[in-house]
Design a protein around this ligand. Structure first.
Ligand code: PLP
Length: 430
């Protein structure tokens, strides 16, 4: 059968190739240190479980935009947690933030600008939609932060007409780097966006996983008229499989809202009814759920900063993580040594780590980095989240005071993964 033009714009990702290798290794009975997959491992909060059970009888289709009670609850959540004012009319509920971002990119006209590195899916969405996608390569010495000058330069090169609308996708805390923006850094980006007619699609799904020494500021604070904010339950509430995402739109963007709902109505119809009703509970801010989210974020912080410190101590360059549960180290300073082992691209590096060191990672090229940039993304969530959460609640103070001991006890596989990286790096040097 012939494959369509749109489908040809997407190639199967290296993630799949790595996953196949993992399966083959596991089938041989060997251990794999899994730092390739990033899913928050904590248990579903009991209040949400209860709400889901109580609403399991609901079988009817619901409005595509999402039920009013849920949108009102999301509106209160944003007011309480971030000080943002969104009415229920400006909120769309979808089956995860990924399809909502796809709907937003479908609805918004203009070329798409993506910082590199950035999360794997944006570029594929853009290509699937046959849109011009421009990567803006950022610098490792700036923790791969998008600088306003870099944005302006990319716009001047690729779409200099100020009247033409453009779309910039931002994501922070960032998957893959864990890096975030300060209020001032966001203001500077927004200045460029205003000047050049750039709409910002801000993927803030990791907002509430920021670490304790970092604040989260939404782009919407500085650019309410030009930003769309995407988020959902997948990360801070560990509910990826529930498939519930949110998209916040500027006030008075009726045509855009109508188009996004039209995409949803033709593709997913609505988010499943029991999940929307359980979502009302998951967005309450007057229950223990807020403490749960904060504690989950602290466990992510302890494990991710432990792994960061280990990598830093190996002399490997890696941005300092400020949120989420990823690290983005690179072995660019060891290019010559790696070449001798036949490794000249990040894809080959990820394969080498898996084949020889049983360590699963994702190549930097999947995140838009040039292929010869020897970076990989590591996820720091390969542990039993239920046991880790219990242990943290039981001994909160001592876990915070002595994070290394805590991580050694709850995340041995992450520790082993770091040991493998250390051996690999040491061997390169010798
Ligand atoms: C940066 C980023 N955005 C969006 C998503 C997808 O989230 P959802 O489960 O809401 O579709 C992920 C999931 O890995 C992610 O890392």
């Amino acid at each position: 059968m012939d494959v369509s033009f749109s489908a040809k714009q997407i190639v199967p990702s290296a993630t799949l190739a790595i996953n196949e290798l993992i399966t083959a290794i596991r089938d041989r009975g060997e251990k794999v240190y899994h730092m390739g997959f990033g899913e928050s491992p904590f248990p579903v909060h009991s209040l949400v479980r209860k709400a889901l059970c109580e609403n399991s009888w609901r079988q009817r289709y619901l409005p595509t935009q999402g039920i009013l009670e849920l949108r009102e609850q999301v509106s209160k959540f944003y007011q309480t947690m971030f000080g943002l004012q969104y009415t229920s009319k400006q909120i769309v509920i979808g089956p995860g933030s990924k399809p909502l971002m796809f709907a937003a990119l479908t609805a918004l006209d203009g070329p798409i600008f993506l910082p590199a590195p950035s999360w794997v899916s944006y570029q594929h969405m853009g290509r699937f939609l046959s849109r011009n996608v421009h990567h803006i390569v950022t610098l490792s010495e700036n923790s791969y932060r998008l600088e306003p000058e870099l944005l302006e330069l990319a716009i001047r090169v690729h779409a200099p007409d100020r009247d033409q609308q453009k779309v910039l996708v931002l994501n922070y805390p960032c998957n893959p780097t864990g890096h975030s923006f300060s209020a001032q850094q966001l203001r500077e980006i927004v200045d460029v966006a205003r000047e050049y007619n750039v709409i910002i699609l801000s993927d803030e799904i990791y907002a509430l996983t920021h670490f304790r020494d970092q604040e989260h500021h939404s782009v919407a604070e500085f650019y309410p008229e030009g930003a769309l904010i995407s988020s959902g339950l997948s990360k801070d509430r560990s509910l990826g499989g529930y498939r519930l995402g949110t998209l916040l739109l500027p006030a008075d963007e009726k045509a855009l809202l109508r188009s996004i709902i039209a995409v949803g109505s033709e593709i997913w119809s609505c988010v499943s009814a029991p999940i929307q009703y359980a979502g009302i509970e998951a967005y309450r801010t007057d229950t223990k759920l807020v403490d749960y989210m904060r504690d989950c974020a602290i466990v992510h912080e302890l494990v991710t900063r432990y792994a960061y410190q280990r990598i830093h101590d190996m002399g490997i360059s890696c941005p300092y993580p400020q949120g989420a549960f990823y690290l983005f180290p690179d072995w660019n300073n060891q290019k010559e040594e790696l070449k001798k082992k036949g490794v000249t691209t990040s894809g080959e590096l990820a394969k080498h780590l898996l084949k020889n060191w049983f360590l699963a990672s994702l190549p930097g090229s999947e995140f838009g980095m040039p292929p010869d940039d020897l970076s990989v993304r590591l996820a720091t969530v390969d542990y039993d989240g239920t046991a880790a959460f219990k242990a943290f609640q039981k001994n909160r103070k001592s876990a915070i005071r002595n994070p290394k001991e805590f991580v050694l006890s709850i995340a041995p596989s992450v520790v082993d993964g770091c040991n493998q990286l250390e051996k690999f790096t040491a061997e390169l040097g010798s």
